[in-house]
Design a protein around this ligand. Structure first.
Ligand code: HEC
Length: 437
C-alpha cells in the first residue's frame, strides 16, 4: 500500500483533469503536426511554391517547442499526478505494460530527436533528406499514439486479457482499433485547426488561400473519420459501459447526467468546427481573422476536453474495467477486505487498535474516496451531504458496503465500499461528524 496525499480545492480529480486534458490535446497536436509538416513541405516543393514551404518551416519551430517543452513536461506531470492520485492503478499499469512503456519511451526519443533535426536543418541538407527526417518525426509520433492507445483503450475494455493476461490481448483489446483511428482523425483536425491559425503568416495571398483551404480539408476529413470511428467505438464498448452511455443520453435512471452534457457540448463544438472547416475548404477565403482562428483552436480544445472527460466518466468506477477500481482497490480483493478489514493491510492499521473512529473514518476517506471527492472543493463531500441525516448516511453506507460488484450499482460512478463492519461504523461516525447541524 502506498501513502496517500491529497491537495484540497481542485483535489486529485481536478489536478488530473487539468494536466491530462492539456497534455493529451498537445500530444494529438504533435502527432497531427508531424504529418502536417512533412506533407506541407512536400506539397510546397511539388507545386514549386516557396511560400508554402516557408509555412511548413515556421510551423516546425513551434512544433519543436511544443513537443519538446510542453509535451515532455506535461507528460512528466501526468505521471506525477496519477502517481499521487492512483498509485495502485499506476503500479498495475506499469507492471502489466512495462515493455509498452519502454517502447513508447524509445519512440518518443526518436520523435524528439527527429523534430529537432528537422527544425535545425532547413536549407542545410538537401530537400529529400530533409523530408525523410520529417517522415521519421511523423511516423515516430504516430507510433507513440499506437502504443499509448493500447494502454488507454485497455483501461476501458480489457476484453480477452481477463482470461489470457497476455500483453498482446491487452493492447489489441476490443476498443483498440476504433479508438486508434478515432484519435488519428482527431490528430488531423487539430493539425488543420492549427494550420488555419498560422496561415496568417503566409505572405502571398494566393499561397495563403491554398493553405487555408487545405487546413479546412484536414479539419473536415479528420472530423469525418473521428465521427465514423466514434460510432464504431460505441459498438465495441463493453455492455455495461454502453448501457450507461445509452441511459445517460436518454436521461433514464442509472445514467450519468454529466455524460449526456459532455456528449452534447462536445457535439456542438465539433459541429461548429466542422462547418468552419467546410467553409474554408470550399469557399477558400484568402484570410481568416485571428480571433476566429484562435476561437477555433479553443473550441477544438474544449470539445476534446469533453470527449476525454466523457471517456473517463464512462470507465468509472474503474481505473481498469472489472480489474481495479479508481481508488486502487482490486475487484477480486473486495470480498477479502469486507471480511478482514481494509486498513489492516495499510500503514494505518494501527488505528484499528484504538478507539478513534474519526481517525479511522478519515483514513478510509483518504484511501477510498479522495481520488474522486474533496471535502469542500471539487465534488466536495460536504456539499453532497447537505441535508442528509443519520438515516440517509446509514442507508448509503449499507448499500455501498453490501453492493455486489457484478451487478449494476445505484451510484454507477462509485466503487463499492471495501470495509468490514468495524470500518463501516467508523466511516459512519466520520460522515455524521461532517453533517451540518
Ligand atoms: C470513482 C470515483 C468515486 C469514488 C472513489 C467515490 N465516489 Fe462518491 N460519488 C462519485 C460521483 C461521480 C458521484 C455523483 C453521483 C453519481 O453519479 O454516482 C458521487 C456521489 C457521492 C455521494 C452523494 C450520493 C447521492 O445520492 O447524492 C456521496 C455521499 C458520496 N459520493 C460519498 C462517497 C464516499 C463516502 C466514498 C468513499 C467511500 C466515495 N463517495 C467514493 C464518485 C466517487
Amino acid at each position: 500500500m502506498f501513502p496517500v496525499l491529497s491537495p484540497e480545492g481542485v483535489g486529485l480529480p481536478g489536478l488530473i483533469a487539468l494536466i491530462a486534458v492539456t497534455h493529451v490535446f498537445v500530444a494529438h497536436f504533435a502527432v497531427g503536426g508531424g504529418m502536417y509538416l512533412v506533407t506541407t513541405e512536400r506539397w510546397g516543393r511539388k507545386l514549386g511554391r516557396p511560400g508554402l514551404v516557408g509555412h511548413a518551416e515556421r510551423h516546425s519551430r513551434f512544433f519543436v517547442l511544443l513537443t519538446l517543452v510542453f509535451g515532455a513536461l506535461s507528460g512528466v506531470g501526468i505521471w506525477f499526478a496519477i502517481g499521487l492520485a492512483s498509485p495502485d492503478s499506476t503500479f498495475f499499469l506499469i507492471r502489466t505494460f512495462v515493455w509498452g512503456w519502454a517502447t513508447e519511451w524509445c519512440f518518443f526519443l526518436i520523435e524528439l530527436t527527429a523534430a529537432v533535426v528537422y527544425y535545425k536543418t532547413w536549407r542545410r541538407i538537401d530537400d529529400k533528406t530533409h523530408m525523410a527526417v520529417g517522415w521519421v518525426y511523423a511516423l515516430a509520433s504516430i507510433t507513440t499514439l499506437l502504443v499509448i492507445n493500447g494502454i488507454l483503450s485497455f483501461m476501458l475494455s480489457p476484453g480477452a486479457w481477463h482470461e489470457t493476461k497476455s500483453f498482446w490481448s491487452g493492447v489489441f483489446n476490443p476498443t483498440y482499433w476504433p479508438t486508434t483511428f478515432l484519435r488519428l482523425g482527431v490528430c488531423a483536425f487539430v493539425a488543420g485547426s492549427f494550420g488555419l491559425f498560422t496561415a496568417r503568416h503566409v505572405v502571398a495571398d494566393d499561397d495563403r488561400r491554398l493553405v487555408i483551404a487545405r487546413a479546412g480539408r484536414w479539419i473536415v476529413s479528420g472530423l469525418v473519420v473521428a465521427a465514423a470511428c466514434f460510432v464504431w467505438t460505441r459498438s465495441a464498448l463493453p455492455a455495461d459501459a454502453a448501457g450507461i452511455l445509452e441511459r445517460s443520453l436518454d436521461g433514464a435512471r442509472g445514467g450519468v447526467p454529466l455524460l449526456a452534457t459532455l456528449y452534447r457540448l462536445g457535439g456542438i463544438a465539433f459541429g461548429v468546427l466542422f462547418l468552419v472547416g467546410l467553409v474554408c475548404a470550399v469557399a477558400k477565403p484568402t484570410r481568416l481573422p485571428r480571433a476566429a482562428a484562435l476561437g477555433l483552436l479553443a473550441l477544438g480544445l474544449f470539445g476534446f476536453g469533453c470527449a476525454e472527460y466523457a471517456r473517463e466518466v464512462l470507465r468509472k468506477p474503474y481505473s481498469v474495467r472489472d480489474v481495479i477500481y479508481a481508488n486502487g482497490i482490486y475487484r477480486d480483493e473486495l470480498e477479502h477486505h469486507r471480511e478482514v478489514g481494509f486498513l489492516t493491510s495499510t500503514p494505518e492499521a494501527h488505528l484499528l487498535q484504538g478507539t478513534d473512529d474519526l481517525a479511522i473514518g478519515d483514513a478510509l476517506y483518504r484511501r477510498q474516496c479522495a481520488v474522486c471527492h474533496t471535502l469542500d472543493g471539487y465534488r466536495g463531500l460536504d456539499g453532497l451531504l447537505e441535508g442528509w441525516d443519520t438515516n440517509r448516511v446509514g442507508t448509503f453506507l449499507t448499500v455501498m458496503s453490501k453492493q455486489d460488484p457484478a451487478r449494476a450499482a445505484i451510484w454507477s460512478s462509485m466503487p463499492p465500499l471495501a470495509a468490514n463492519q468495524r470500518e463501516v461504523d467508523a466511516l459512519r461516525t466520520w460522515m455524521l461528524a461532517r453533517l451540518k447541524p
